[in-house]
Design a protein around this ligand. Sequence first.
Ligand code: ADP
Ligand code: GN1
Ligand code: MG
Length: 363
Amino acid sequence: MNQPDYQKILAQFSIDLPAKPFGNGHINSTFKVGEPPRYVLQKINTAVFTDPEGLMANVMAVTAHLRGKIAAGGGDPARETLTYLQTADGKNFYRDETGSCWRVYRFVGNSHVYEAATPALFAESARAFGRFQKMLSDFPAETLRETIPQFHNTGARLEQLRGALAQNKSGRADRVGAELEFAFARAGETDTIVSALEKGEIPLRVTHNDTKLNNVLFDDKTDKTLCVIDLDTVMPGSLLYDYGDALRFGASTAAEDETDLEKVTFDLELFRAYTDAYLESLGRSITEREIELLPTGAKLITLECGMRFLADYINGDVYFRVHRENQNLDRARTQFKLVADMENKFEEMQTIVAAAKATYCAN
Ligand code: ADP
Ligand code: GN1
Ligand code: MG
């Protein structure tokens, strides 16, 4: 495939600076622009985000709302949320002649991300997601487009796995019998969050939906969090999705694609650090039933992510970017290992949540 003409793309945003690949995301392609970097250029993966107009409308509305809140609280919106540039003809992304969609936003200088964290840093990220949740609590959720329908509907994800298995496009299905069995054995639990939402037991909120540790920028000088990034999946959802996804990634003792499963465990110290800081920052804005379901949220979002990786492996690696063979299968296996470990530690998780509730969410 021909290299895209970065200079021509950037010229649409009136920028004349060099671009270099950047970041570890599985979906979009990211570049830093300028040396030292001044902007981030991103190609939106339109196979995943089929409605780039809707996606950018969401992101622009959410960042405008956050900017207002940050400024009102005496913060610096230029460092604490993302600022997108417009093209010369006033659009918030540029569609090139091949149909690829590109957007540009300001690089937040003197910042870094973590792929793994200590309890103290993980607690910092929890406070950032807690603040994010609170700042969006009065955002009109119904105005957001559901850019990826049923994104965190774990039951629907299980059905997608069944569909992948039935089609077996890659011919790999016979290699993953044990993993399929693991997922299908938990079919009865997959509806818990969605059905609690449907019954009105827990509130529908504006959620981030992709709360990996590497989606928070930390300040180089202070190691405090600056900014929640990667806003493409901001949609109406459950707080349990955000809590669960953060723990799935950040409370693991190994990388998401670790091949040695002995190294992959669910770390209760990290779990406690995140839970304490998250509940402290949410205080009484989190409901009783949400608190009760926190351990379930962590487990189900991890199970769901494992099912998504497994389905993509069977589909032939068409969704998540891979850098080596079997990477999606390795990712699925780490997630299922974490789920099994959470099942063993479930009572301890509940005890940690109850203690955090008593400390931070009491009347
Ligand atoms: P992806 O969807 O590929 O995960 P992200 O939006 O998370 O893309 O960006 C990928 C990486 O680029 C981040 O993990 C972070 O290291 C870096 N990054 C993204 N936005 C900024 C920014 N505004 N300032 C500095 N670094 C950024
Ligand atoms: C993808 O884009 P990135 O790498 O932040 C995925 C998430 C998964 C995650 C697993 C739009 O996130 O849902 O949890 O990979 N994003 C999308 O690492 O599907
Ligand atoms: Mg990201």
